[in-house]
Design a protein. Structure first.
Length: 180
């Protein structure tokens, strides 16, 4: 069965936000072979609870008032470009989020939310090239030896971790890094 298409999170299997699972979705009651592994924000604690289809069509949000990305964090609480409410709603309520060390943020650019490419460490970020590295460097604000040490310490499954995005319109990279 093909997963639904998420325009702002194009490969949620690769990012680890969705995994193969025999869990039953609490929204539709079906075992569809995949489950959302990221954080959901709702009145009740819902971990490994939703299938990708119930996220994509809004059922999880409608039934449980579930939010998968902090709506205020889309655009980094006003640091990055603001976007239309319809875009915020799609990312917050109908797009799989991801788990970070601190409160997650979603990069915006060209008046739109960007595509989430995933958590990245030194090796992964290096593979994206100079523009991606520059985006994370500018966000953290480190220079010289401090940046070099920090950059080399980035770990996809450890800390610090960078979260990389790509603009859907101009292909600019953006994102941030964090740690506990």
């Amino acid at each position: 069965m093909d997963l639904p298409v998420f325009k702002y999170h194009p490969d949620p299997l690769a990012t680890g936000s969705i995994e193969a699972s025999e869990n039953k979705c609490v929204a539709c009651g079906l075992k569809r072979g995949f489950i959302y592994k990221g954080q959901s924000y709702a009145k009740e604690e819902l971990i490994d609870a939703f299938c990708p289809w119930c996220i994509a069509d809004g059922t999880a949000h409608r039934k449980f008032d579930a939010e998968f990305v902090d709506a205020e964090g889309i655009g980094d609480y006003g640091t990055w470009e603001s976007v239309a409410k319809e875009i915020i709603d799609e990312v917050a309520y109908r797009t799989p989020g991801f788990t970070g060390w601190q409160q997650e943020r979603w990069f915006t650019h060209c008046a739109d939310a960007a595509e989430f490419l995933g958590p990245v460490g030194y090796a992964e970020l290096s593979s994206y090239g100079g523009e991606a590295i520059k985006a994370i460097k500018e966000e953290i604000g480190f220079e010289g030896e401090e940046w070099k040490q920090y950059f080399q310490s980035l770990a996809r499954n450890g800390e610090p971790t960078a979260y990389l995005f790509k603009c859907r319109h101009c292909a600019a990279y953006g994102g941030y890094s964090d740690f506990t």
